[in-house]
Design a protein around this ligand. Structure first.
Ligand code: ADP
Ligand code: MG
Length: 682
């Protein structure tokens, strides 16, 4: 009997309107209903006075010693008090608008009271009563609280869960193999599910939760690991014949020596390129750690092997910049690059597309336009994406439909805290750049109040007089692109006035792409001294001569974003500075400024950012890439997640995992999750 095939209406008492309400919650089968765990519990365990504090919600048992005193206010409103001894205290129980209880309060009887404790008056504001020995009792238990619709009540939901368990708990099957339940001393699934809904006491509730959290994390990781294992065994990628001596020569010809980190990561990538499976690798590293040149070497290797490469970036400005730096690197080898962005004219686009299709172009740099339906490569071997979110299912299947199955390298602009990486990127191999190139001076960071603006402008003047350049990021007004632009225009005018000897440029999101590129080019080639910009500048821009980053309203930016902004400077030989103008009274701002001035380490910043904002906000809501868990919290349950990952990875490596009967439930789970379905495998 599979509970996920049994309609929820098979539970006694679930019909009509109530059944509709459950459907609205997505609880259409008994299996799903039982998977709808409470999000918290009401605690009816009996307390003694030793650990009760004023304002606590408590449940106590005592003896009625007085006669109830009732005051009516009109026909329905009332206040009733009654003296009760809860050993050793003599307390006053208070009820509002519950005068119908009066006749039940008989001197000498035992009573269980739940309510809020008022220590000063020795008074309990009662929300619930029970009389011991009269009917079923919740005293001493935890009562589950579910997320429900307005058409349902907690009481009905509790009853329905109990009923469902009474009818169907025998059919709750184990999914975890015995080796794992034994390893972690986990209760069987059946009793864990039962205890989550009907916990006897706190201890049992905790044990049940631990079991289900592990199961949830394990199944999630199993999916990831099975997916990886299958991707590898399917071997439908390109095994590029990498010309290692040529790549080595390419690296030697660079104007600098690769860091050890860069060498190691490049070796990992080159290894993947030579394998017959599709590379699915994440390259993460702090800003300025030199990801681009690693990607360039990988693209070089693929081109030398006879394939084409693509570099996908989030903005046109970045596309332009990468195109220019790739040209510098690739020209000596006769490698052809092309730009494919939304701002090409129809004719330019047609010509570029033709050249790509005929294989006249080796490396294409562009925004998302790059993998649209009308772009055909002759032989695409590697896609590199330089952006925060990953190369998604859809993008892969667009390529696959065109008969291409390239290796994919995803570079992140923000280091992902270890605690999230194995959740968000569980299906990928991860390469990390752990060091910055030698000789970089740490950026000096200062947090100042807006009243110091004159001194900040003086600072800009000094840096530009010394031949350096400065960025000024404008005040941010949430959800108002228009006001942000206005702010940028204002700040630009103000700085032009205050710094007559400087050429001050302006960059914002409402400018035409070609205007933006022109401004950006002027700045990167030194024709502008100061660049006033909205956050469009944020990712990836590389102007080594820029040494000063000024951020207005720094308290309104997330930590990772501030770190990204700061990473625009400190890319050359000169000492660089970051000045954060923040409201000294903003609490969140204070935390962030503290973190920014204390550390330059992107991984540390990311960790603190996660702490301050939680996993959902860390990625931003839109592209979180984080799966939703019912019970587990990917950040807080990180250690469990690591164990689950190792267990899952180990299991899918074992040949008997794919055949032994004991793993059948896990294989069925993978089947249900479409892991074996080719199209969805991405
Ligand atoms: P990010 O990882 O932030 O994308 P970039 O790839 O833009 O960093 O590199 C930052 C700067 O450091 C660039 O100007 C790049 O040329 C330079 N760079 C990269 N690797 C090295 C190295 N090993 N030694 C010195 N400079 C390097
Ligand atoms: Mg970069």
């Amino acid at each position: 009997m599979n509970l996920y095939d049994i309609p929820v209406t098979q539970v006694q008492g679930v019909k009509g309107k109530k059944a509709q309400e459950l459907l609205a919650l997505g609880l259409d089968t008994v299996g799903r209903l039982l998977d709808h765990y409470p999000f918290r519990y009401e605690d009816y365990t009996l307390r003694d006075w030793s650990d009760v504090k004023d304002g606590d919600k408590i449940t106590v048992q005592g003896t009625i010693v007085g006669v109830p005193q009732l005051q009516m206010y009109g026909r329905t409103k009332s206040r009733m008090t009654c003296k009760v001894v809860v050993d050793p205290l003599f307390i006053t129980a208070v009820w509002f608008n519950r005068h119908y209880l009066k006749d039940k309060l008989r001197t000498g009887e035992e009573i269980v009271l739940t309510g809020k404790w008022d220590q000063r008056r020795l008074q309990l504001n009662v929300t619930e009563v029970e009389f011991p020995g009269q009917g079923p009792s919740r005293t001493g238990t935890l009562q589950p609280v579910y997320s429900i619709t307005a058409g349902l009540t907690q009481k009905w939901m509790r009853q329905t869960m109990s009923q469902a368990l009474a009818q169907f708990s025998a059919a709750i099957a184990e999914v975890l193999p015995p080796e794992l339940t034994q390893k972690y001393k986990l209760p069987p699934r059946r009793s864990a599910v039962t205890l989550l809904h009907l916990p006897g006491n706190v201890e049992q509730g905790k044990l049940a939760r631990r079991r289900m959290v592990y199961e949830e994390l394990f199944l999630f990781q199993l999916k990831m690991q099975a997916y990886r294992a299958l991707n590898r065994s399917r071997a439908d990628g390109v095994a590029h014949p990498v010309d290692l001596p040529a790549v080595r020569a390419f690296v030697r010809a660079l104007p600098f020596r690769l860091t050890d980190s860069q060498k190691k990561v490049l070796a990992e990538i080159l290894h993947d390129l030579q394998q017959p499976y599709c590379m699915n690798r994440l390259l993460q590293g702090d800003v300025g750690s030199g990801k681009t040149v690693v990607a360039a070497a990988a693209l070089f290797a693929v081109v030398k092997a006879g394939y084409q490469g693509a570099l996908m970036v989030p903005t046109e400005i970045l596309a332009e910049q990468h195109k220019r730096s790739l040209d510098r690197l690739m020209e000596p080898y006769g490698i052809q690059t092309a730009l494919l962005t939304g701002s090409l004219t129809d004719r330019q686009r047609r010509e570029t597309l033709g050249a790509i299709q005929m294989g006249l172009v080796d490396i294409v740099v562009g925004t998302h336009a790059l993998i649209q339906e009308d772009v055909f490569f002759r032989q695409l071997g590697l896609v590199v994406t330089d952006e925060q979110h990953r190369f998604g299912v859809q993008q892969r299947s667009v390529l696959r439909r065109k008969g291409m199955n390239p290796d994919v390298l995803t570079m992140t602009a923000t280091p992902i805290p270890r605690t999230l990486a194995i959740t968000a990127f569980g299906d990928m191999d991860v390469s990390t750049l752990r060091e910055l190139p030698q000789g970089r001076k740490p950026i000096k960071t200062y947090a100042v109040a807006h009243s110091m603006l004159d001194r900040v402008i003086g600072f800009i003047r000094r840096e530009t007089a010394a031949g350096r350049q400065a960025y000024v990021i404008c005040p941010l007004i949430e959800e108002s692109d228009k006001l942000d632009v206005q702010n940028a225009i204002d700040v630009h005018a103000q700085l032009q006035f205050a710094l007559p000897e400087c050429r001050v440029g302006l960059l914002h999101g409402r400018m035409h792409p070609s205007e933006k590129d022109e401004v950006m080019r002027d700045f990167s080639e030194g024709r502008l001294h100061v660049l006033v910009s909205t956050t469009v500048i944020e990712v990836g821009v590389d102007v080594p001569n820029a040494t000063l980053m000024v951020v207005y309203d720094a308290d309104r930016f997330g930590l990772s974003q501030l770190h990204q902004l700061r990473g625009r400077v400190g890319r050359g030989e000169h000492q660089s500075y970051c000045v954060l103008i923040a409201d000294p009274k903003s609490e969140t701002g204070k935390e962030r400024m503290k973190a920014m001035t204390e550390t330059n380490d992107g991984f540390e910043i990311a960790r603190r950012d996660l702490e301050l904002r939680g996993p959902g906000d860390f990625f931003g809501t839109k592209q979180s890439g984080l799966p939703e868990f019912k019970l587990a919290d990917p950040a807080a349950d990180f250690e469990q997640m690591e164990l689950a990952r190792d267990d899952a990875a180990e299991l899918v490596q074992r040949p008997d995992f794919w055949t032994a009967p004991v793993y059948a439930p896990l294989r069925e789970f993978l089947q249900r999750e479409h892991i074996f379905d080719n199209e969805l495998l991405d």
